[in-house]
Design a protein around this ligand. Structure first.
Ligand SMILES: C[S@@+](CC[C@H](N)C(=O)[O-])C[C@H]1O[C@@H](n2cnc3c(N)ncnc32)[C@H](O)[C@@H]1O
Length: 320
């Protein structure tokens, strides 16, 4: 694994550099360092930044160490999950975090390697695994072959807005044991009504998305990660997140909004009297998306949404 290339084009790179390139010197934390594409580009333009890079996938840790070795002592990469942030900073005695990036989801090499079990493509069939960290935790096969039908149905609805969740969950249970991703994808495709099968992309896509999110506990991890990132970043420091599906983006949008409006519960348009205190200012009014050119170049960019905030001195929303 160590010698394999890590072919992954960083998404919205120019916009990330614009947003994070202006922070004060200090530590830049890349919570999902992957192959180090974003991280290396920011270190190149900002010699006053050091990098703490985390990734829950040991093969990404190897790749990042390799790809960023040219920065020598400026870089430290650790095998950790993003919601270990506070613990990792404490262990290393770091208290000058001026920029945080989370580029969520899976990398191209993770999806491309059949043995990781992320791909619904027949030519990349592998075990039904889908763990970002293959050293720990249950696999997607454990869910597919052991969870009860109601739980699978709920997962498909809640984590991927799957309209055919009932039929797919029933088909999965009827075809147990399912041992390869190709078999799982076939079961899902056959369960979807023919007209829906002809519309849009591969009907297996949403089921794979839901299973991946569940196996990696992605939404709860993200919520804890955002709390920690907003907490540890210094005043004037920036937190940027790129998400790839609506469930993720909703969590980012809400958490950032709470930081910006202090959780104000006053009616819109009226002065704030609820005592809310803002701790961040938004960088941009809405999510940044990729240009048509980037989408054409890199299909992963099509669903990307980038949001960012800057930490400010706690400020009463209603004024003093
Ligand atoms: C989209 S890739 C990041 C690519 C990176 N920005 C680059 O330019 O190469 C996402 C990476 O984040 C890792 N990852 C996803 N969620 C994580 C989490 N909660 N904590 C740590 N790593 C995570 C995945 O293992 C994967 O390597």
């Amino acid at each position: 694994m160590t010698d394999e290339r890590f072919d992954h084009a960083p998404v919205l790179l120019d916009r990330v550099l614009e947003l994070l390139g202006v922070v004060a010197d200090g530590t830049f934390v890349d919570l999902t360092v992957g192959g180090g594409g974003h991280a290396g580009a920011l270190l190149d333009v900002r010699p006053g930044l050091r990098l703490l890079g985390l990734d829950r996938d040991p093969s990404a840790v190897d790749a990042a160490r390799r790809n960023l070795s040219r920065f020598g002592e400026r870089v430290h990469i650790e095998h950790a999950r993003s919601d270990d942030l506070v613990g990792v900073l404490a262990a290393r005695g770091i208290d000058n975090v001026t920029a945080v990036l989370a580029d969520l989801g899976v990398s191209s090499p993770q999806v491309d390697r059949a043995e990781r079990g992320f791909s619904y493509r027949d030519d990349r069939s592998g075990p039904v695994d889908m763990r970002m960290d293959p050293t720990t935790g249950p696999t997607a096969a454990d869910i597919v072959n052991e969870a009860d039908e109601t739980e699978i149905r709920r997962m498909l609805r809640d984590l991927a807005d799957e309209r055919h969740a009932t039929r797919i969950a029933a088909a999965i249970v009827a075809h147990r044991p399912i041992t390869s991703t190709a078999d799982l994808a076939d079961v899902v495709r056959a369960a979807v009504p023919a007209p829906a099968r002809r519309r849009g992309g591969d009907p297996a896509k949403r089921t794979f998305q839901a299973l991946r999110i569940a196996v990696n506990d992605e939404l709860d991890v993200l919520a804890r990660t955002l709390d920690q990132a907003l907490d540890v970043v210094t005043l004037g420091g920036r937190v940027a997140v790129i998400s790839y599906h609506s469930g993720e983006d909703r969590i980012v949008k809400r958490r950032f909004r709470t930081a910006v409006d202090g959780g104000c519960v006053c009616p819109p348009g009226l002065p704030c009297v609820c005592g809310a205190v803002a701790t961040a200012r938004p960088l941009g009014r809405r999510a940044i998306v990729a240009s048509p050119a980037e989408r054409a170049r890199n299909p992963r960019a099509a669903s990307a949404r980038l949001r960012a905030v800057e930490k400010i001195e706690p400020t009463p929303v209603g004024g003093l």
